[in-house]
Ligand binder design. Structure first.
Ligand code: NAP
Length: 309
C-alpha cells in the first residue's frame, strides 16, 4: 500500500513525487510511456525561473533523478481504472489503481496525466506520421538538416519549434491560422527577423500530399479561401494538446473539455484524489505551473494522510 500513487511522470507528477518523499510518504509514480512528459519535446526551455537555458530532455532527466534519488518508485503501465475502496466506516478508504498488467493500492491518488498532442485531423495525417509529418521538433528536427520544413500552430510550442528548426533547416515556414500569435510576442518578433523563416498568417493546412512520404501541403487563406501548394520535406504539427482523462470520468468530475475539475488547491471533488498540471482545469499551462501544481497537490495529499481521513 503506497501513501501516494501518482499517475503520470511529467513535470507535475515528478514534482509531486519529490514533495511527497520529502514529507516522508512512500510514493509510486505510474507512467505509461517514457518519463518526462511534454517538456521532453521542447528543444530549449528559457522561462523556468532560476534556469537560464536547458534542453527539455535534460530538465526531465534532472527531475527524474531528483524524484527517484529521494526514493520515489517508478513503474511503467497504462492506468485503465481507479476504484475507491471504503472497507469499513471506521477505517481509511484507499484506491485500487489498475494498469493493463497490475493493480496497485494507494491511500491517495494524484492525477498528473498532462495532455497529448492534438492532430490536424487531415486524411493522410496518420499514414504520413513518421514519413514527413512529426509532432516533435526536438526528436525529429535533425532528420531535416538543410531541408525545407513547415511548422503549423501559433502558440509557444510552434514558435519554439520554428526557432529550433531555423538553426537546422534551410527554410522554415511558420503557418498560423490567425494574424496574431498566441505565443510570446517577443519570440514571434525574433522569428520575423530570421532570414530563413517565413511567417504565413491567416492560413490553414487543408491537405497533405504524398504517398510514401510527405511531398507537399495545401494551404488555404482563411480570408480569401484561395489555396496554394507548398513543397516541403517535413511538417511539424504544434497545434496544442488535449487531455486524456476519460478513464477517470467515474472517479472525478471532468469539464466539457475533458479536464479534471479542481481549483488552485488541486483538490478534486473526490476525497483523497488530487490533480496536478495540464490535465487540470486552469487558464495557464506552463512548466512553472505544472511544477507548482505538483507541490500543491502533494502537500494536500500529505495533509489528507496526516489527518487520517
Ligand atoms: P496552445 O498555446 O494551445 O496553442 C495552440 C496553437 O495551435 C494556437 O495558436 C491555435 O490557434 C493553433 N491551433 C489549434 N488547433 C489548430 C488547428 N486545427 N489548425 C491550425 N491551428 C490550430 O498550445 P502550445 O503551443 O502547445 O502550448 C501549450 C501550453 O504550453 C501553452 O500554455 C504554452 O504557453 C505552454 N508552453 C510553454 C513552454 C515553456 O514554458 N517553455 C513551451 C511550449 C509551450 P489559435 O491561436 O487561433 O487558437
Amino acid at each position: 500500500m503506497f501513501d501516494i500513487v501518482i499517475v503520470g511522470a511529467g513535470t507535475a507528477g515528478m514534482t509531486a513525487a519529490i514533495y511527497g518523499r520529502r514529507a516522508g510518504k512512500n510514493v509510486l509514480l505510474l507512467e505509461e510511456g517514457i518519463y518526462g512528459g511534454q517538456i521532453v519535446n521542447t528543444p530549449e526551455v528559457e522561462n523556468y525561473p532560476g534556469i537560464q537555458n536547458i534542453a527539455g530532455f535534460q530538465f526531465a532527466m534532472n527531475l527524474y533523478e531528483q524524484a527517484t534519488g529521494l526514493g520515489a518508485e517508478l513503474e511503467t503501465g497504462k492506468v485503465i481504472d481507479i476504484q475507491k475502496q471504503s472497507p469499513e466506516a471506521s477505517s481509511q478508504s484507499f484506491f485500487r489503481v489498475q494498469t493493463e498488467e497490475a493493480i496497485f493500492e494507494g491511500r491517495t491518488v494524484i492525477l498528473a496525466t498532462g495532455a497529448k498532442n492534438r492532430k490536424l485531423g487531415l486524411e493522410q495525417e496518420e499514414a504520413l506520421t513518421g514519413k514527413g509529418v512529426s509532432y516533435c521538433a526536438a526528436c525529429d528536427g535533425a532528420f531535416y538538416k538543410d531541408k525545407s520544413v513547415a511548422v503549423v500552430g501559433g502558440g509557444n510550442t510552434a514558435l519554439g519549434d520554428a526557432e529550433y528548426l531555423s538553426n537546422i533547416c534551410k527554410q522554415v515556414f511558420l503557418i498560423h491560422r490567425r494574424e496574431e500569435f498566441r505565443g510570446d510576442a517577443g519570440l514571434a518578433e525574433q522569428l520575423e527577423k530570421k532570414e530563413n523563416v517565413i511567417l504565413i498568417r491567416n492560413a490553414v493546412v487543408t491537405e497533405l500530399v504524398g504517398t510514401d512520404c510527405l511531398e507537399q501541403i495545401r494551404l488555404e487563406d482563411v480570408r480569401t479561401k484561395e489555396t496554394k501548394r507548398l513543397t516541403i520535406d517535413g511538417l511539424f504539427v504544434a497545434v496544442g494538446q488535449t487531455p486524456e482523462n476519460q478513464v477517470f470520468r467515474n472517479l472525478v468530475q471532468l469539464d466539457e473539455g475533458g479536464y479534471v475539475v479542481a481549483g488552485e488547491d488541486c483538490r478534486t471533488h473526490t476525497a483523497g484524489v488530487f490533480v496536478a498540471g495540464d490535465c487540470r482545469t486552469k487558464s495557464v499551462r506552463q512548466l512553472t505551473t505544472a511544477a507548482a501544481d505538483g507541490a500543491v497537490a502533494a502537500l494536500a495529499a500529505v495533509d489528507y494522510l496526516n489527518a487520517g481521513k
